[in-house]
Unconditional design. Structure first.
Length: 233
């Protein structure tokens, strides 16, 4: 194999104490008292110029340049990755804008229209009503839209009432085997000391038993107090 010309293999001094081959391929730099060779024609795994060394002296680094020139050109580590990427099946191109619009229009056409009462709400009330419907569906309560309409559109605490009734029914089912007095005491004390069902989302409304007066103070009845009242009768 013919050697490169002296002009190509000879080094020229650069500023900062570095050296570079005349053809610009190799640069010899000093790092921490030793020497490295930067090869601009070959790359490492990151696609950056390959760095060879370190070498103990400039003479040894220059000799390594001559050795590298005699080696056959190596394949870039990235070449295999490029071939692999090209061999992979390419994802199908997304549909045209017209197809996308048609699909979106079909989906919108298939979705049932919102009831008039929901569409007539303000933006804030509409968002609140839709969230209530989703939460009631997640909680497993039937007739969510009808409850929310009575609650939001008609101003009735229908959602809180339905949640309270559901919570009471759940507790009654769990109290089977107890005497009627114990069951009533447990349910009423729970109802007056709990503001919501802990198993449901916090976004759903709770309840309170309050006195009918200007202060509207909360009424709390404990199980012990209720059982004592029942014994007096």
């Amino acid at each position: 194999m013919a050697k490169q010309s002296d002009d190509a293999t000879s080094l020229k001094r650069l500023s900062g104490g570095s050296w570079q081959s005349r053809d610009g391929r190799f640069t010899i730099e000093q790092q921490s008292g030793r020497w490295v060779v930067v090869d601009a024609e070959q790359t490492d795994d990151l696609g950056l110029p390959r760095i060879r060394g370190p070498y103990p002296s400039l003479k040894v680094a220059r000799a390594s340049v001559e050795e590298v020139r005699e080696e056959p050109a190596g394949e870039s580590p990235l070449a295999g990755r490029i071939r692999e990427a090209k061999s992979r099946p390419q994802p199908k191109a997304a549909g045209t804008a017209r197809t996308t619009r048609a699909g979106r229009a079909k989906t919108e056409a298939e979705a049932p229209p919102e009831p008039a009462w929901l569409a007539n709400l303000s933006a804030a009330e509409g968002d609140r009503a839709r969230q209530l419907i989703r939460d009631l569906e997640a909680a497993g309560l039937p007739d969510g839209p009808a409850l929310v309409r009575r609650d939001v559109a008609d101003g009735s605490p229908a959602v809180a009432e339905a949640l309270l009734l559901t919570a009471i029914a759940r507790r009654v089912r769990n109290l089977r085997g107890k005497s009627p007095a114990e069951a009533v005491a447990d349910v009423v004390s729970w109802m007056t000391t709990h503001a919501r069902d802990p198993e449901l989302p916090m976004r759903l409304p709770g309840w309170r038993v309050v006195e009918d007066g200007p202060a509207a103070r909360q009424v709390e009845v404990t199980r012990k107090e209720l059982l004592a009242a029942l014994e007096k009768d």
